[in-house]
Design a binder for this molecule. Structure first.
Ligand SMILES: Cc1cc2nc3c(=O)[nH]c(=O)nc-3n(C[C@H](O)[C@H](O)[C@H](O)COP(=O)(O)OP(=O)(O)OC[C@H]3O[C@@H](n4cnc5c(N)ncnc54)[C@H](O)[C@@H]3O)c2cc1C
Length: 443
């Protein structure tokens, strides 16, 4: 164990998409940096696992073409390995399959004209009332009670783990952005000829999984600039100027600039001196939702045509299943496929602490009951734990973050990016863009 002090110009803390992007753009701009990652590999929560000849991602990832300059960068990094994919997703509702995000024509087809007329009546009759800073009332106001309760509120409560009237409106992310009364009516009147923007079935995907993007970024960062198995345990500061960064292995370093992608609640706990107690108690109130992934490797050619299948039914413990092969054929050997199940949970939930065997058997019997798989097709199965998958955005999240921000803004040379790092529900393209911006504008 060495206590010798190093020195680096920019210290990037965490090697997920945000940290790797900051490193990538630092290198592009000829800036010296060192990236410190706690685990034995980079990629964070956007990696691809290999199990025998099967590959699957740490959750149903897609690369979205939302920020042209980021898409251009990823295309130039991956070349022909990055493909544009057009595969829709669906919702599984009482044995029926509905388009996701919700399409009115499809709802009519599956739920019948009567239910749709009542949904339409509810939607048109909605008056803006209730707390706009609350996902439940905002969703009922916008889509009517039937649609909200059948597909949106139950799903969100399962995913985020708290009551929908305690959730911020921000949890819908950008998924429901294009779904407005106008687009609904347009689609009903125009029929299938109107291509609705909210039917988010088009995305980019690398041949060998989402982790390929992260591997390319890591390669461009240069292995000499990445230090693995380096868990940050303390950041000392004097008058809000960071001094040394300490690691759990006893080593330390100094840097002129720190870019942190560590979960914001961890960052605040490892500052020395510590923040005031009010700030610490806000930090301790921030919750992160974990995901348990259950992967089934199957001796079957294909289960469905979907990119993802969503399960709003509160009686089922999972929110989503996906078939990696439908994103890239290279994700499974010829003639075989896999099914990956996402189980959201908190660290204190029984499911998080359950043995892999119990979880596999329980999910397997539910999938058999729903006729997705047959026992004879299962070659193998495994469980993976994805920690800090989602920051749980409660309705008062903005006020909390404002207080934290006020405190952190006193620091010189400490910059925060990342999903858990900024406590935002953001995606790879946002994270890559934030890595670029922090390097090009702030340092
Ligand atoms: C189930 C799921 C599905 C998703 N689907 C999509 C999608 O379709 N499209 C999309 O664009 N995005 C998607 N995402 C989002 C994306 O994967 C995450 O937003 C992204 O991984 C966050 O990147 P990050 O760098 O901010 O944090 P992370 O990926 O969490 O990386 C943080 C890194 O910091 C390290 N670290 C933590 N503590 C320390 C410490 N003390 N010292 C040093 N290192 C530390 C961790 O080991 C980790 O490697 C999905 C995420 C999940 C979980």
């Amino acid at each position: 164990m060495s206590l010798q002090e190093d020195k680096t110009n920019i210290a990037i803390l965490g090697g997920g998409p945000a940290g790797l992007s900051a490193g990538y753009y630092a290198r592009k701009n000829q800036l010296d940096f060192t990236l410190y990652e706690a685990s034995e590999k980079t990629g964070g929560n956007a990696v691809t696992f290999k199990s025998g000849d099967f590959y699957y991602d740490s959750g149903a990832h897609r690369f979205h073409d939302k920020i042209p300059e980021v898409t251009k960068e990823v295309k130039s990094l991956l070349g022909d390995s990055l493909k544009e994919i057009n595969v829709p997703s669906q919702i599984y509702h009482q044995g029926k399959y509905l388009d996701f995000p919700i399409s009115p024509l499809n709802v009519i087809k599956n739920l019948g004209i009567r239910k749709c007329l009542s949904i339409g009546w509810e939607v048109l009759g909605q008056r803006s009332n209730g707390d706009p800073n609350n996902f439940k009332s905002a969703t009922i106001n916008k889509y009517g009670r039937t649609l909200a309760e059948s597909f949106l509120l139950n799903y969100s409560e399962k995913l985020w783990g708290i009551a929908s009237d305690q959730l911020s409106v921000k949890v819908s992310g950008k998924r429901l952005e294009g779904l407005t009364i106008k687009t609904l009516l347009k689609e009903v009147i125009g029929g299938n000829s109107i291509k609705t923007k909210h039917l988010d079935g088009s995305f980019y995907y690398p041949d060998l999984g989402i982790g390929q993007i992260m591997d390319c970024l890591a390669e461009k960062c240069g292995s000499e600039n990445i230090k693995l198995n380096k868990r940050v345990s303390k950041i000392s500061h004097e008058n809000f100027i960071p001094g040394s960064i300490e690691f759990t292995d006893g080593s330390s370093t100094k840097s002129d600039q720190i870019i942190s992608t560590l979960p914001i609640s961890i960052l605040l706990e490892i500052l020395d001196p510590l923040p005031p107690t009010e700030i610490l108690s806000i930090a301790r109130s921030l919750k992160f939702r974990n995901i348990k992934l259950v992967a089934f490797f199957l001796d079957k050619d294909q289960i469905s045509n979907n990119a993802s299948l969503y399960f709003p039914d509160s009686k089922l413990p999972f929110t989503r299943i996906y078939e990696p092969k439908n994103r890239s054929v290279k994700m499974a050997p010829t003639g075989k496929t896999s099914l990956i199940v996402e189980l959201p949970c908190f660290e204190t939930d029984q499911i998080w602490n359950e043995t892999d065997h119990v979880i596999i058997e329980s999910i397997k019997s539910q999938l058999i009951q729903l006729s997705f798989i047959e026992e004879k097709d299962v070659i193998n199965a495994e469980v993976r734990n994805i920690k800090n998958a989602y920051p749980v955005l409660e309705k008062d999240v903005d006020e909390k973050l404002l207080e934290i921000d006020k405190y952190l803004s006193q620091f010189k040379n400490l910059h925060l990016i990342g999903r858990s790092g900024t406590y935002q529900y953001n995606h790879i393209h946002d994270l890559m863009y934030s890595g670029k911006m922090i390097i090009e504008s702030s340092l």
